[in-house]
Design a protein around this ligand. Structure first.
Ligand SMILES: [Fe+2]
Ligand SMILES: [Fe+2]
Length: 310
C-alpha cells in the first residue's frame, strides 16, 4: 500500500462531487469591494462549474457568483438562525470532514511505522471515533432531508494532513481544524437547543466530546514531538498560524473557549487565535461585494444594464 497518499487519490463513489479548494483564493483577495467583484465575475464560470449538478446550483442561479458570502453571512459559526440550506450545507460539510478525518488518522497510523506506540494507538482510536461520527452525521443528513453528494466536497481537511512530518499533521488537523470543529459544534448544539431540535443538539454534543480528545491528542503530541527541538517547534507554530488564517473565512470566530481549554489550549493561545491578523478582507467587505455581485447578476438575467462597480 502506498505511503503519503495524495488527496486526489481519495476514493469516492459516484454520489460525490469533488470541488477545488477555495482557501487559496480567499487569501489572495484584496480588501476592496470593487476589486473583489471584478475577480469573482472573472472566475464566475469556474464557480458555476463547482456547484453544477448540486443543490447549490439553484442558489448560484439566484444570487450569482458571490452566493457563498450571502448564504454564510451569519458566519459558519453563527449563533442565531440558519436557513434550511445553510444548515444542510453545514452538516454536509461536516459529514465529508468526518470522512476525511477518518482517512487522515488512518493514513497517519500507516505512514509513520516508527512513531511511538501510544501515538499510533491514539490515531487508531481517533480513526474509530471518526467512523462513528460519519454514521452520526449520515443520520443527521437524513434528519434534515439532505442527500450525500447534494453539495460539493472540498478536501481541505485531508490536504492539511498531507505532510511528511507528523507534528505538522496533528498541528494542522487536530489542533487547528478539530479546534475549529469544536467551535462549530458548540454553536450547532446551541442552535439545536434554540430551535427545539434535540436530536441535532444531542447527537452533536456526543461528537463534540470525542473531538475534545482529538484536539488533546494534538496538544499532547505536538508538545512531545517538539520538546527538544526548537526548530521543529517553530515550524509547527508557524504552520498553526498559517492554517488558522486559511480557515478563518473572513473572521468573526467565536471560540468554544471552555472546550478548547479542556483540550489543552492555554488562555494565551486562545487570545492569540482570536487576535490573529487574518490577512483576508473582513466579512462586511465580502458581504458588500456579494450583494453587488447579486445585483449585477440579477440585472443581467432581466436583460438590463448591470449597476456600475464602485
Ligand atoms: Fe470527528
Ligand atoms: Fe475528530
Amino acid at each position: 500500500m502506498e505511503r503519503f497518499m495524495n488527496h486526489e487519490h481519495l476514493a469516492r463513489d459516484s454520489r460525490f462531487k469533488r470541488a477545488n479548494n477555495r482557501n487559496q483564493l480567499m487569501r489572495s483577495l484584496p480588501d476592496d469591494v470593487g476589486a473583489i467583484v471584478r475577480i469573482f465575475e472573472k472566475i464566475a464560470p469556474k464557480i458555476h462549474e463547482r456547484v453544477q449538478g448540486t443543490s447549490l446550483e439553484a442558489v448560484y442561479n439566484d444570487l450569482g457568483p458571490g452566493f457563498q458570502f450571502l448564504i454564510a453571512s451569519g458566519g459558519r459559526q453563527a449563533k442565531g438562525g440558519r436557513t434550511p440550506i445553510q444548515l444542510q450545507t453545514q452538516l454536509h460539510g461536516v459529514f465529508v470532514g468526518e470522512l476525511q478525518a477518518m482517512e487522515a488518522a488512518g493514513r497517519t497510523v500507516w505512514d509513520f511505522p516508527d512513531a511511538p506506540w501510544e501515538f499510533k494507538m491514539n490515531m487508531a482510536r481517533q480513526c474509530w471515533d471518526e467512523a462513528r461520527h460519519i454514521q452520526i452525521f449520515e443520520k443527521l443528513l437524513d434528519h434534515t432531508s439532505t442527500k450525500i453528494g447534494e453539495f460539493p466536497e472540498s478536501t481541505f481537511l485531508f490536504e492539511t494532513s498531507c505532510h511528511d512530518d507528523p507534528v505538522l499533521r496533528i498541528t494542522g488537523v487536530n489542533r487547528c481544524l478539530e479546534g475549529l470543529a469544536c467551535d462549530v459544534f458548540r454553536s450547532l448544539v446551541e442552535y439545536g437547543k434554540e430551535v427545539g431540535d434535540m436530536k441535532l443538539a444531542q447527537a452533536i454534543d456526543f461528537v463534540l466530546a470525542d473531538e475534545l480528545t482529538h484536539v488533546r491528542f494534538g496538544s499532547d503530541w505536538s508538545k512531545e514531538f517538539t520538546k527538544d527541538d526548537p526548530e521543529r517547534y517553530k515550524k509547527a507554530k508557524e504552520f498553526q498560524t498559517e492554517t488558522e488564517r486559511a480557515f478563518s473565512f473572513g473572521g468573526e470566530r467565536i471560540l468554544a473557549r471552555e472546550e478548547r481549554l479542556e483540550a489543552g489550549f492555554t488562555e494565551e493561545e486562545l487570545d492569540e487565535i482570536e487576535n490573529i491578523d487574518l490577512k483576508v478582507p473582513n466579512r462586511t467587505v465580502l458581504v458588500k461585494a456579494a450583494e453587488m455581485l447579486r445585483d449585477r447578476h440579477q440585472a443581467r438575467k432581466r436583460g438590463e444594464e448591470p449597476p456600475a462597480i464602485p
